[in-house]
Design a protein around this ligand. Structure first.
Ligand code: PEP
Length: 252
């Protein structure tokens, strides 16, 4: 499957800083033809980002979405609205939302369903164990359980794409990435669980499994040849266009 690299800018930049960085990305990536590079800025700037990046090979993604189409849901944004502002991707269930907004996998499940209900919006579903799960050897169980809660009972059409972002919570923003062999192991567990739910044909055609957690231009090299890795979700290192470009160049 085609590899993908996704920049998650979180809430790290002001509006002006985001605009500046979008322009820098546009310039730096102008010769990156036919590669999948996605930028996820704050929701307030999605519309402008899409306009600025129109006719480039950079895509825009959102960092969150709500599960209803319309209604009395103050502060929320629907999948359709994201499509309207030019988003092609949306991150769902990031561990920071699970931690600070108490988002759980029943909400995540509803969000995925709603996103797959509109055309041309690809969910990036975050899963990953906490440090405590790792210590107590519960990683496999946690990953399978999160996947089942997120995707169990959801019908995926032949033309739909889904990205699973394996992000060990302890590795996010910590500067300590997972050992590549451990990432490969987790990705295999994820594939096995998806196989039970959807079958191998669908895994090969519809799913990509990417890694996120303290990736930078130095450690990315060690992940590159992993068999079951389809790309990266990058936080901190995506705020520096040169650093992010170096990572992207390593993987394509
Ligand atoms: C993330 O927030 O999804 C992430 C991977 O962050 P970082 O690269 O900073 O660990």
């Amino acid at each position: 499957m085609k590899k993908i690299i996704i920049a998650n800018w979180k809430m790290k930049l002001t509006l002006n800083e985001s605009l500046e960085l979008i322009k820098k990305f546009k310039e730096k990536f102008k010769n990156f033809q036919k590669k999948e590079v996605v930028v996820c800025p704050s929701s307030i700037i999605l519309d402008e980002a899409s306009k600025l990046l129109k006719k480039t090979n950079l895509q825009v993604g959102a960092q969150n979405v709500f599960w209803e189409e319309k209604g009395s849901f103050t502060g929320e944004i629907s999948p359709e609205m994201l499509v309207e502002v030019g988003c092609k991707y949306v991150i769902i269930g990031h561990s920071e939302r699970r931690k600070y907004l108490l988002e759980n996998y029943s909400m995540i499940h509803k969000k995925i369903k709603a996103v797959l209900n509109v055309d041309n919006l690809i969910p990036i579903i975050c899963i990953g164990e906490e440090a405590e799960d790792k210590k107590t050897d519960k990683r496999d169980f946690v990953l399978v359980d999160q996947l089942q809660q997120a995707l169990g009972g959801i019908n995926i059409m032949e033309n739909q794409q889904i990205i699973i972002a394996y992000e060990p919570v302890w590795a996010i923003g910590s500067g300590i990435s997972i050992e590549p062999s451990e990432a490969e192991y987790s990705h295999k567990i994820i594939k096995l669980a998806l196989n039970d739910m959807f079958g191998m044909k669908m895994i090969n055609n519809n799913f990509r499994i990417i890694y996120g957690g303290s990736i930078n231009s130095k450690n990315v090299k060690d992940f590159n040849n992993l068999e079951n890795l389809d790309g990266f979700l990058v936080g901190g290192a995506s705020l520096d266009v040169n650093e992010f470009y170096k990572i992207a160049k390593e993987i394509f």
